[in-house]
Design a protein around this ligand. Structure first.
Ligand code: ADP
Length: 169
C-alpha cells in the first residue's frame, strides 16, 4: 500500500473549488441496515455524483446516541430514538460534493415518511417516522459537528475522483 505525501494530497484536492468539497454526515440507521438497504441508499448518493470520503459500521452506545441527538433531548420520542439508534449496526458516512448538505436532505425526504415524496429515500423505502432508515445533517454547522462526533480527522479520505471533471465545469 502506498501512503501519499501530504503535499501530493493537497495538490490533488486543490483541483476542486471549496464549494465542491462541501461535506455532510449521513447515517443508515439500524432499520435500514437490518432491512438490507445499505447498497440501495449508497447507490442513490453515488449515482447523483457525490463522493464517499468516509464510511464505517458501528453500534453506537446509548451515550453516543444521546450526543448525536442532543438537540432533541426533552422531546417525547427522545428515549425511544436514542435506544433505537444504539440497538444495532449503523453505517456512518461522510459524502462530499457541491450542495451535498441541502440536496442530501432532498434525496432523503421529509422526516415523516408519510410526508416524504415518492422518489426520495424515505418516500420510497420507509413507512414510520421512528423507522425512517436514514439520517442526514440539516445544515453546515450540524454537518461539521456530526462529522467531528462520528469520525476522527484521519478517517476522512481526501482524494480526486475521475468523475469530477464530468460533474463540475
Ligand atoms: P430528521 O431526521 O429528518 O432531521 P429530526 O432531527 O427532527 O428529523 O428528528 C430526528 C429523528 O427523530 C427522525 O429522523 C425520526 O427518526 C425521529 N423522530 C422525529 N419526530 C418523531 C416523532 N414524532 N415520533 C417518533 N420519532 C420521531
Amino acid at each position: 500500500a502506498f501512503i501519499l505525501p501530504a503535499a501530493v494530497l493537497v495538490s490533488q484536492t486543490s483541483i476542486l473549488e471549496a464549494a465542491e468539497r462541501e461535506r455532510t454526515f449521513i447515517a443508515i440507521k439500524p432499520d435500514g441496515v437490518q432491512r438490507g438497504l445499505i447498497s440501495e441508499i449508497i447507490h442513490r448518493f453515488e449515482r447523483k455524483g457525490y463522493k464517499l470520503v468516509a464510511i464505517k459500521l458501528v453500534i453506537p452506545t446509548k451515550e453516543f446516541a444521546e450526543k448525536h441527538y442532543h438537540d432533541l433531548k426533552g422531546r417525547p420520542f427522545f428515549n425511544g430514538l436514542r435506544d433505537f439508534l444504539s440497538s444495532g449496526p449503523v453505517v456512518a458516512m461522510v459524502w462530499e460534493g457541491q450542495g451535498v448538505i441541502k440536496y442530501g436532505r432532498k434525496l432523503i425526504g421529509a422526516t415523516s415518511p408519510h410526508n416524504s415524496e415518492p422518489g426520495t429515500i424515505r418516500g420510497d423505502l420507509a413507512v414510520s417516522v421512528g423507522r425512517n432508515t436514514i439520517h442526514g445533517s440539516d445544515g453546515p454547522e450540524t454537518a461539521n459537528a456530526e462529522i467531528a462526533l462520528w469520525f476522527k480527522p484521519e478517517e476522512l479520505v481526501s482524494y480526486t475522483s475521475n468523475a469530477e471533471k464530468w460533474l463540475y465545469e
